[in-house]
Each structure stands twice: as C-alpha cells, then as structure tokens.
Design a protein around this ligand. Structure first.
Ligand SMILES: Nc1ncnc2c1ncn2[C@@H]1O[C@H](COP(=O)(O)OP(=O)(O)OP(=O)(O)O)[C@@H](O)[C@H]1O
Ligand SMILES: [Mg+2]
Length: 484
C-alpha cells in the first residue's frame, strides 16, 4: 500500500504550496487515475508519490508518504528504486544518456537493482514485447520519434517492476494502438500487485484502467470517486484573441513534395517517396503511427532536414539552396518538444526572437508579440521565465513564437499534446482564426477530437509514405473569428 497522509509540498525557492493537504491511499494492484487542469499539481503529486520530491528535487515536504507502512522520508533516490517508480511526461528527461541501444536503456534500471543477468534480459525482452517495440532494440535511444521514446521510457519502468509507480501522462505522444498496448501493459502490471497512479487528461482511457479517479485543483484534491462519477474539468470558452493576419499571402500551392525521401545518418529510412500538395489556405492534419515519419516530413519543409532525394517547394520555391532563415519567412514551425525550441529568459523575449528576425516590420513587432501572447493566454506572463511555466504552457509559448512571425504557412507538431480542455479549446480557436485570415495551417496530431474540430483534410502516413489523403467534414468552430 502507498499512502499519502496530509501531504504538503513546496518546490525549492517557491513560497506557494504546490500540494496542500493531500490524503490518498493506493492499494497493491490498484490503479488510481489523476486528472485536473494543468498547473493543479498532478505532476507534483507524481513526484511526491514516487519519493523523488524531495529526495531528488529538493523542496519541503510536510506530512508523510509511506510504502507498506514505512516512510520514504530520508531515503536516497537509489534506495527508492524497486519500491517506487516514476515515468516522466517528457521521455527525454528520463533517458539515462549512458545506454548505446534501446535494449541497454530498458535494461539499465533492472541492472542497477542487482538482478541476475538472465532475469534482467528476460524482463527487458518482455517489456519490449509488451509495448510492441522489439524492432527498436538495437537503435540508439536518442534517435527515435517522440512516441517511440515514450514507449522506451515506459518499458524501462516495466522492466524494474516496482511495487508502486506514478506515470505522468504516459500516453500523451502515442497513437491509438500504442495507447492500447500501454493500457494492457499497465493492467498486467497491476495484476502482479503493483499499485499505479496515472495522471492523464483522457478520461475515457482512465475509465478503462482505474477503479478510482482523483481530480486535482490548486494543489488539493477537489473530487475523488469511481471514473463515472468524476466528470473532469470542463472547458470554458476561451477569450477570442485573434492571431495576426498575414500581410504576405502565400502563392497558390503552399507546400509541394515530389518523390521526397529522407534517410537519417544511421541509415533509417524515415520518408520513402512522399508526393503531397497543400493549397494555400488549407487546414491539414497529418496523422499516422508513432515513427511513421510525420516529424521528419515537416522538418524537411523548413530546411532543418534536407531531402535525400526528391524535392520540396514552399510557396512556389524549391527549398534546395534556401537557408533555414529564408524559409522561415514563409513557414513557421513549432517543435514536438517545445523545450528544444525555447531558450530566452522571458516569455516576451522568446516570442519576439523569431518575429524580430523574419517577421513583421519593426513598428509592428510589439503588436505582433502582444497579440501572440494574448492569443495563447500568456499575456500576463510576458516577464516570466519560460521555465517557470508548466510544460503545457511552454508548448503554448512555442506556438505564440510562431504566431508572432506572421508567416503565411503555420506548421504545428503535436500542438495539443498534454494540454487540458481549456488550453486545447484555445488552440482550436487559433487554428480557425489563422484559417479565417487565409493562412495555411498544417498540424501533426494523434488527437482525433482536435482533427474533427479544426481540420478539413487528413493525410495519413505509414512507414514514410502517404497511404490516405481525404477531406473530412469539420464541425465548424462555434466562435467564428472575424478577420481584422
Ligand atoms: N535522429 C534520428 N536518427 C535516426 N532515426 C530517427 C531519428 N529521428 C527519428 N528517426 C526515425 O525515423 C522514423 C520517423 O520518425 P519521426 O520522428 O518522423 O516519426 P513521427 O511520425 O513523428 O512519430 P511520433 O508520432 O512518435 O512523433 C522512425 O523510424 C524514427 O525511429
Ligand atoms: Mg513526431
């Protein structure tokens, strides 16, 4: 049994309590779901329940966290292994950085538990198979798609078989089949007696897994009960701040790929002959399984990756010979992991950076930055350090940076990942507003609800090829944004 008894927690350097009077018990083999708006304390509760806060993070803990009646207080991080485990929302934060292959990465924790070699190998194989990633075993763990990396992080936890595990949005980056494999693996793990705490916005998924769902608000437990009795946070209508209108409309064909192939330096063929044409003003969703080539495709569009063969044209011009900075005038791209994009000390500087280099003329720069921050709901955080925002708001900040560039083409790599219902509604409004202003919007997503709400056309990739390309009837957005 994992017990939290009147737990309060404060991060180092903060006056505010991130958790405030939390009582929770997870029995052996029980799955408890954790939901609530971003910023409500879900990730902190995962850290505290696994003992990593304060053991690894620092900060100040009040109350008690106990496993099988024994307090975790005073245990060092390595002493927690085997008792508790944590799967981070960001797989990159969890990666060991010492393993040369996925197999070694998954085996690492089990090896450190001092298990016999044969047992470690058996557990590692079983974990890879459970998550459908056997074929990644010999790959380098840093050279994977976002979803593949998330599966590797979960497999590493499975191989350790801890008594209790907290998982912070374990399926946020996964496609449908990947989600089902993770749900099955977690069910199997709980059947062996492991207690699980699963933070997740997808209440349908929690309903298939959890016996109890806890809803957090402002560091406290707001509600707790069987999944059917916890409706989860509802979306309030976002204020309709308008992203800026393009002052340089794209030519007729915004994006054209012909025979496009891309091989990574390690020989992995990620794109295998893509023929695709996107008209100016279209709203296109790119979908497909983890590792199907979605991120690779859009990275060829802004020149971050150069085709191995075939061609890419943006706004009528081949990308060959065009610099990343030149392409950025036509096409703005947000990254799947916003932390690969963010570097400035304040939100305002972050959003101004790209705009200053490629975007609106000087006089309009402040207006563009303010509008973009307003559109994503971060106007009041202009002076805040991006790393003091939670991960979902950093994702919105990265979106604001691209909006402020006022490019005719806007490409978003998984813009709703990890967002709560309010934040997601905001992104839907932004896509509609961009479209109303004549901009081309392309988004990579696993989020079917987002596809239905915001896009007209769906392009599906499999193994680096387009296998389906269809128009969909969109539910037209309820708040039609007026063009300026
Ligand atoms: N840096 C890299 N080096 C080698 N191979 C890579 C690298 N990055 C990605 N790959 C491989 O290229 C293929 C396509 O990956 P990509 O990131 O484009 O997929 P994706 O469709 O965006 O997946 P996800 O939904 O998980 O983000 C996969 O087989 C992946 O393992
Ligand atoms: Mg991707």
């Amino acid at each position: 049994m994992l017990e939290l008894d009147d737990v309060t927690y404060r991060y180092p350097g903060y006056a505010r309590h991130a958790l405030d009077g939390v009582d929770l018990a997870i029995r052996d083999g029980e799955v408890v779901g954790l939901t609530g708006p971003n910023g409500s304390g879900k990730s902190t509760l995962c850290l505290v329940a696994s003992g990593l806060a304060p053991a690894a993070v620092g900060g100040e803990l009040g109350g008690e966290v106990r496993v099988d009646g024994a307090t975790l207080r005073g245990l060092r991080p390595h002493q927690l292994a085997g008792r508790t485990g944590l799967v981070f929302a960001n797989a990159e934060a969890q990666r060991t950085r010492v393993a040369a292959t996925v197999f070694e990465e998954v085996a690492f924790g089990a090896v450190n538990l001092g298990l016999p070699v044969a047992e470690t190998v058996a557990r590692t194989r079983a974990a890879l198979t459970a998550l459908g990633i056997d074929e990644l075993a010999e790959r380098h763990p840093a050279r994977l798609s976002g979803g593949q990396a998330q599966l590797v992080a979960i497999a590493s936890m499975l191989a350790m078989r801890p008594r209790h595990v907290a998982l912070d949005e374990p399926v946020a980056e996964l496609d449908g089949p990947g989600r089902r494999l993770v749900a099955d693996a977690l069910r199997a793990l709980s059947a062996t007696g492991t207690g699980l705490l699963v933070a997740e916005h997808d209440l349908d998924l929690l309903a298939t897994l959890a016996s109890q769902v806890v809803e957090m608000r402002d560091g406290r437990i707001e509600r707790m009960g069987p999944p059917a009795e916890v409706p989860g946070p509802s979306a309030e209508a976002p204020r309709d701040a308008l992203p800026p209108v393009a002052d340089n409309p794209a030519t007729e064909v915004a994006i054209r790929c012909e025979g496009l192939a891309y091989d990574y330096p390690d020989g992995t063929r990620a794109l295998d002959g893509i023929d695709l044409s996107i008209q100016a003003g279209e709203r296109v969703a790119i979908v497909g399984r983890n590792g199907s080539g979605k991120t690779t495709l859009v990275r060829t569009w802004n020149g971050l990756l150069r085709p191995t063969s075939g061609t890419v044209e943006i706004a009528g011009q081949s990308t060959a010979g065009q610099h990343v900075a030149a392409l950025a005038r036509s096409l703005g791209l947000t990254f799947q992991d916003p932390d690969h994009q963010i570097f400035a000390r304040t939100c305002r500087d972050e959003v101004a950076f790209g705009a200053r280099n490629v975007g609106p003329a000087r006089g309009d720069l402040d207006a563009a930055v303010n509008e973009a921050l307003e559109a994503v709901g971060l106007a009041r955080e202009a002076g805040t350090n991006p790393y003091d925002l939670g991960p979902s708001r950093r994702r919105l900040l990265a979106l604001a940076s691209v909006l402020a560039m006022r490019t005719p083409i806007v490409v978003l790599d998984e813009p709703t990942m990890g967002l709560d219902p309010n934040e997601r509604a905001r992104v839907e409004v932004i896509v509609a507003a961009l479209a109303a202003a004549g901009r081309t919007v392309v988004a990579i997503t696993h989020d079917e609800q987002f596809v239905g709400a915001a896009f007209q056309r769906v392009v599906r990739l499999t193994s680096g090829r387009v296998i389906a390309d269809s128009r969909v009837a969109t539910v037209e957005p309820k708040t039609p944004p007026a063009a300026r």
